[in-house]
Design a protein around this ligand. Structure first.
Ligand code: SAM
Ligand code: DTB
Ligand code: SF4
Length: 325
């Protein structure tokens, strides 16, 4: 039971997603228990090392140059400054540090050399180092791996069918190619998406289907609730229901049992009880710190309180998923 499968059908995934929600939570919690230590939550910190001015047109994103948001464009941060942030994050209990850049793709230039130095530096601190820099070639993935990169985040965001409604400056195939390059370089894959952009349930299922039928499941699947930002085309989207977050998390947990499922953007609008249900449904990772990339996130103090009340324990760095049940 619950063997790792890469041949899920859309119908099977839809049937899981649409189960009576309490039944779904129970089943996902059961799978979670078989593959993970319950109550253990990975704490990751994000840092935007290059903010704003992005040429892409992702409708949700405050960093796209073409939308008028409050995000100030900043050039790539200095290596020392980044390492200071990483060291602070480690001090505050994070075991994974993820550096994000508002780039369409990585270019082979001095900025990339700087990112390589950042990766080397963070990796030498004993943290799991992750980057999200846009599209990558195989060669660039290889260089990042050699520098000590542990994981690469590159989200599919939504279904192939809905993708063009959200982004027109690249296509779904480009995203999948980058994931292949990352996998090819033996870097841990982090890929998930966003709900609350006006997609249908079928699009959510479509995205989960693509992830769960990759030759290897991503080791990490972030589930983001849209953070609607003033000035972006999606600024007026209604708040995602917590039950939808729970269904996404639980379904991801059931079909990709070994993956870390990350309760990502959107926590700032969730109370403790709602987050507790997400952990019960199989989420076992969060972003900590008072900022995601550019938008607010619950700060360390609030999260510490949550860990205490829910008796959660932070996961150690570089830990393998528990083997077969
Ligand atoms: N530029 C790179 C890219 O697009 O791959 C890396 C950074 S980009 C900001 C990383 C991810 O953040 C996006 O793929 C998207 O899933 C998520 N994201 C961006 N804006 C968001 C928002 N307003 N709400 C929720 N998630 C968001
Ligand atoms: C992911 O799936 N969510 C994070 C991380 N990967 C890079 C980013 C969320 C960004 C939310 C909007 C912002 O703060 O700019
Ligand atoms: Fe650029 Fe990434 Fe934002 Fe899209 S999501 S606009 S690629 S920073």
């Amino acid at each position: 039971m619950n063997e790792i499968r890469n041949d899920w059908t859309r119908e099977e995934i839809a049937a899981i997603y649409n189960r009576p929600v309490l039944e779904l939570i129970y089943e996902a919690a059961t799978v979670h228990r078989r593959y993970h230590e319950t109550g253990e939550v990975q704490v990751c910190t994000l840092l935007s090392v290059k903010t704003g001015g992005c040429p892409e047109d992702c409708a949700y994103c405050p960093q796209a140059a073409r939308y008028h948001t409050n995000v100030k464009v900043e050039k790539l941060m200095e290596v020392d400054e980044v390492l200071q942030h990483a060291s602070d994050a480690k001090e505050a209990g994070s075991t994974r540090f993820c550096m994000g850049a508002a780039w369409r793709e990585v270019r082979d230039n001095r900025d990339f050399d700087k990112v390589i130095s950042m990766v080397k530096g963070v990796s030498s601190m004993g943290m799991e180092v992750c980057c999200t820099l846009g599209m990558l070639t195989s060669e660039q993935a290889g260089k990042l791996k050699d520098a000590g990169l542990y994981a690469y985040n590159h989200n599919l965001d939504t279904s192939a069918e809905f993708y063009n409604e959200v982004i027109t400056t690249r296509n779904y195939g480009d995203r999948l190619d980058t994931l292949e390059h990352v996998r090819g370089a033996k870097i841990s894959v982090c890929s998930g998406g966003i709900i609350g952009m006006g997609e249908k349930t079928d699009d959510r299922i479509g995205m989960l289907h693509v992830l769960a039928t990759l030759p290897e499941h991503p080791e990490s699947v972030p589930v983001n609730a849209l953070v609607p930002v003033e000035g972006t085309p999606l600024e007026d989207q209604p708040k995602v229901s917590v039950w939808d977050m729970i269904r996404m998390i639980a379904t991801a947990r059931m079909i990709m049992p070994k993956a870390m499922v990350r309760l990502s953007a959107g926590r700032v609008r969730m109370n403790l009880e709602e987050q507790a249900l997400c952990f019960l449904a199989g989420a076992n990772s969060i972003f900590a710190g008072d900022k995601l990339l550019t938008t607010p996130n619950p700060g360390y103090v609030r999260d510490q309180e949550m860990f205490q009340i829910l008796q959660l324990t932070p996961r150690k760095a570089h830990k393998e998923a528990v083997g077969n049940p």
